[in-house]
Design a protein around this ligand. Structure first.
Ligand code: 3HC
Ligand code: NAI
Length: 706
């Protein structure tokens, strides 16, 4: 294996290149290589200065996130640590110039800040994304950045996690120069100038001794105080630790400040939120690795048909237009088509009003949208997504009509929430071209697409689904064909668990509050009110014939639908929405209905704690997730986590239900399942996969790799 750090001597300058694809992450070998390179260059009398650069497309994009996983179990980090590397660079007796291109992020930017000069390519971006991983910058960044640029700039960068452009970094003092010409030549020239100055008795001032950012201590403290009040969060400690560290840069001597940062980094690294957020980062990248992609390449897609211009069809059309595709919308008749096109226009206008889309871009998108009421206009379409009513016969009719007009090789996709993809595929002459592309509402905003693979679906059709999702800026998750796929199936288990609690003594508002305290932005009954109760009602009616008559069944939702209380759109659901209000107050009629149902079933209401609500909800989701894994519907636990994070508002800092189960401990989840089993043993029956993992001392994480 080639060295991950290589030094080339260019006359009197050592050019040290970090070469650790894909992003030059600062793993142990790189860290050791950097120390060795600095030691060697300093010891070599022929060398007067050093230039640090990244090979390929980028300066290091940070510490090696994969390496962090070993600390979850408390193992010590392999030395040298990144702070030691940065301190070594800063202490080097010869000028060190960092030459930045690509993304100099996190630990990468910290390496640069420890150098004596930072020169950047004009297109380079730099920043501290650690907060997105539940971490503080841990290699001196919280101490060096504010010394150069003050508290405001440092806190903006570290608390937002967003990178800035080179011009902005230059304006704030975080970098020193933008290369007008070749980056390496500029860096080499600068290194020599600095070596000359050092020889003339003007060595560079180490960043840790710089004071530009700390000259107005009162303003600095005021900034720290203002941020501290805003970031307090008992679940995610990194933001408040970042504020503490930046304050330490003002108040504490260099060494003590670094030690303070080090302790904060350690606290964050082992915090559950960081474990969850790092899991989410890696899972988001792992989810795109599916077997079909290794076997096939995507088909070309330029023109897309969307059948149905309702809520979903309009949202999907808008997402497709935004990605530069041409769209033909088909509706039942001219009136419905006009309404569908109007829905797209409304989405566009909202984006323009919010400044997310220019009028020119809107017009360009609109030019790529056509409509019709006759499928024959789809003869040139590469892909058609149907989003008509959730009714098998209606969808089958659409598919049969499409089969008549589509060109060979065109893909037939369905946005169905629950229906059987294989049965739909059987209605056409080309089942291998059929796939589910399950978007989430609002489809122009929500990032998740479940790519549902039927038994006949061709590999390149799956690859096309993934490529399309990527083009739309969405996260695609591979799902097998089962009623509800991954997300709606887990949602259904979650709701069943909370419906039991409604009957047992909790109110919708109590359950919603408990789940918000778990981290969901809204509780399950708020969500149902928003989406409309009739959607899940239709499914329950469809499945009624196959339901186990002995299993516990909660009728509350059905009775509400029969009464016409179908949520926000009817002004009444689990909550009452007066005069079109978006947030509701408790619906006394529902509370009375729940009480009547308890009486009817002889249930005596009991006090149910928020903790029990959260535990039951999680156990139900996890157990269903395990069933889906065992049945091969989900490829891996972390894919389920992605579905729940991007489609259902599961708190990212918990990593997803399967990661949350690993964090709680699978034995604990099993204990919970067993203790809930009394009333409804079948629903809570632990999945054989869960039991097997416990028996073999593994967790869900062990199923993610490979
Ligand atoms: N460590 C390990 N692997 C990393 C990584 C990192 N810091 N950053 C990216 N990768 C990997 C990805 O997992 C992916 O691997 P794969 O090909 O096997 O799936 C590959 O690099 C490419 O990544 P992306 O798919 O994300 O590529 P993009 O081009 O879309 O984005 C990027 C590149 C902007 C660098 C993006 O990857 C990114 O934001 N990375 C994370 C940056 C970060 O958070 N850095 C801080 C780390 S924590 C730290 O430095 C602590 C320090 O303060 C002590
Ligand atoms: P909707 O009722 O808002 O829209 C359906 C549209 O299809 C209507 O405009 C109707 O005129 C049109 N349509 C019906 N039959 C047609 C035909 N034969 N030819 C052309 N157009 C026809 O329904 P919505 O909510 O947009 O759902 C559509 C599909 O998306 C369903 O399968 C649903 O399960 C699925 N879905 C819905 C989600 C939601 O939150 N509403 C989320 C994800 C998927």
């Amino acid at each position: 294996m080639a060295d991950v750090v290589e030094t080339v001597t260019l006359d009197d300058v050592a050019l040290v290149t970090i070469d650790n694809p894909p992003v030059n992450a600062l793993g142990q070998a790189v860290r050791q290589g950097l120390i060795d390179a600095i030691d060697a260059a300093e010891a070599n009398p022929a060398i007067r200065a050093i230039v640090l650069i990244g090979a390929g497309g980028t300066f290091p994009a940070g510490a090696d996130i994969r390496e962090f996983a070993q600390f979850d179990s408390g193992a010590p980090a392999p030395e040298p640590w990144l702070p030691q590397v940065c301190n070594r660079i800063e202490a080097c007796g010869k000028p060190v110039v960092a030459a930045l291109h690509g993304t100099a992020l996190g630990g990468g930017f910290e390496v640069a800040l420890a150098a004596h000069w930072r020169v950047a390519h004009p297109a380079a971006r730099m920043g501290f994304p650690e907060v997105n991983l539940g971490l503080v910058p841990g290699a001196g960044g919280t101490q060096r950045a504010p010394r150069l640029a003050g508290a405001k700039v440092a806190l903006d960068l570290m608390l937002s996690g967003k990178p800035i452009r080179a011009t902005e970094a230059l304006a704030t003092g975080l970098i020193d120069e933008i290369a007008e010409h070749d980056l390496i030549d500029t860096a080499l020239a600068r290194a020599r100038t600095m070596a000359d100055a050092a020889a003339a008795g003007h060595p560079p001032v180490p960043t840790s001794n710089r004071t530009e950012g700390t000259r107005d201590p009162a303003a600095y403290e005021a900034e720290v105080r203002a941020r501290r009040a805003k970031v307090a969060n008992p679940n995610i400690i990194a933001p408040s630790k970042i504020v503490d560290c930046v304050e330490a840069a003002l108040l504490l001597p260099t060494e003590t400040g670094r030690a303070f940062e080090n302790a904060a980094f350690g606290d964050c690294l082992t915090s559950p939120a960081s474990i969850g957020l790092r899991h989410a980062f890696l899972a988001e990248r792992r989810v795109a690795k599916v077997p079909e992609l290794a076997r096939a390449t995507a088909r070309e897609v330029a023109q897309v048909g969307v059948i149905g211009g309702g809520l979903m069809g309009a949202g999907i059309a808008s997402a497709l237009l935004g990605a530069g595709l041409s769209v033909v919308m088909i509706e039942r008749d001219h009136d419905a088509l006009a309404k569908g096109l109007e829905r797209v226009a409304v989405i566009h206008q909202r984006a323009v009003d919010k400044g997310r889309l220019t009028e020119a871009a809107r017009d360009a998108e609109w030019d790529r949208l056509n409509g019709g009421t006759d499928m024959s206009v789809l003869a040139g379409a590469d892909l058609v997504i149907e989003a008509v009513f959730e009714d098998f016969d209606v969808k089958a009719g659409v598919f049969r009509a499409l089969d008549q007009v589509l060109k060979p090789g065109a893909i037939l996709a369905t946005n169905t929430s629950y229906l059987d993809i294989d049965a739909l595929a059987a209605t056409v002459s080309r089942p291998s071209d059929v796939i589910g592309l399950h978007f989430f509402s609002p489809a122009n905003v929500m990032k998740l697409v479940e790519v549902v693979v039927g038994k006949a679906t061709a590999d390149d059709v799956v690859a096309t689904g993934f490529a399309l999702a990527k083009r739309l800026g969405k996260i695609a998750v591979r799902a097998g064909n089962i009623d509800g796929f991954i997300g709606n199936r887990i949602l259904s288990a979650y709701r069943t668990a909370t419906d039991f609690l409604l009957e047992d003594g909790a109110t919708p508002a109590q359950i919603d509050a408990a789940m918000r305290s778990f981290g969901f932005p809204v509780g399950p009954y708020q969500v149902i009110d928003m989406a409309g109760l009739e959607i899940s009602w239709a499914r329950r009616k469809r499945l009624a014939a196959t339901r186990d008559p002995g299993a516990r069944y909660v009728d509350i939702g059905d009775l509400m639908c029969e009464a016409g209380w179908i949520g926000q759109k009817s002004g009444r659901g689990y909550y009452v929405y007066e005069n079109g209000a978006r947030s509701g107050v408790e619906n006394p009629d529902v509370l009375a209905l729940i009480a009547a149902e308890r009486d009817r079933k002889g249930i005596i209401a009991r006090d149910i704690s928020a903790n029990e609500i959260r535990r039951r909800a999680l156990a139900a989701m996890v157990n269903e997730g395990a069933h889906l894994l065992q049945a091969g519907i989900a490829l891996r636990p972390s894919d389920i986590d992605m579905v729940m994070l991007f489609g259902y508002g599961f708190p990212r800092w918990r990593g997803g239900p399967m990661k949350a189960a690993d964090q709680a401990g699978l034995v604990q989840i099993r204990k919970d399942l067993q203790s809930f089993a009394e009333g409804e043993p079948e629903f809570w029956e632990p999945s054989p996969l869960l039991l097997d993992l416990i028996k073999t001392g593994r967790n869900f994480g062990s199923l993610n790799e490979g």
